[in-house]
Ligand binder design. Sequence first.
Ligand code: PEP
Ligand code: MN
Length: 265
Amino acid sequence: FRHGQASDVVVDTPSGAVHFGQNHPVVVVAGPCSVENETMIVETARRVKAAGAQFLRGGAYKPRTSPYAFQGHGESALELLAAARTETRLGIITEVMDAAELDKIASVADVVQVGARNMQNFSLLKKVGAQPKPVLLKRGMSATIEEWLMAAEYIMAAGNPNVILCERGIRTFDRQYARNTLDLSVIPVLRSLTHLPIMIDPSHGTGKAEYVPSMALAAIAAGTDSLMIEVHPNPAKALSDGPQSLTPDRFDHLMSELAVIGKAV
Ligand code: PEP
Ligand code: MN
């Protein structure tokens, strides 16, 4: 692993360069699990921008456990993300599941996300490593830190040094209360092992909106460089991950709480 290099990942967005790194404010990525329609994505984008987020997230291609669950709107959702980007000047983060869609996704996304389920899809890692957009690499749901860092090495070895590591919760034996166990200990552990910037996703990490704010605050206290928060204008009607999505009003409140802690925007 590449020890001790104090290099940020710098992402070009329509509003300018955003730095992911220890000496910069916490970067906040917010938005729905899935891009559902134009109204909801544009409304969510406006609200998270007004609250201080730098990036809009939203899935066009969704990795769903069941093949009968909503799979994402694909290409048309990418067009909606592009429209939201133009209107709000937020950066865009969206997931690539299949290398066949990589060029299309990278033409809209400012950061390309590799999801937990593809963390060890080595051919996909090589391909995102061979294109120029920064990569958000989520931790596999049962991946060790070593496996996660080696997955990041695949991307870097293919030529792309701009990798952000995102903890999104690991498998838990007790799913009665939380969807996953959000492993905040990775923050100091990764700090000791790698220069790569760290993102914490308390939405997938807990699976419940009511637990998201306290885990976001804890992640900042522990030194995260960035946060990913799912926000939906009407969580009860969401096509995916409604139970863990904050309303825009709750997200506003969280952003004001984060500002009190310090390093946040
Ligand atoms: C997501 O970000 O919506 C997602 C599917 O995440 P993960 O890969 O962490 O499950
Ligand atoms: Mn989701």
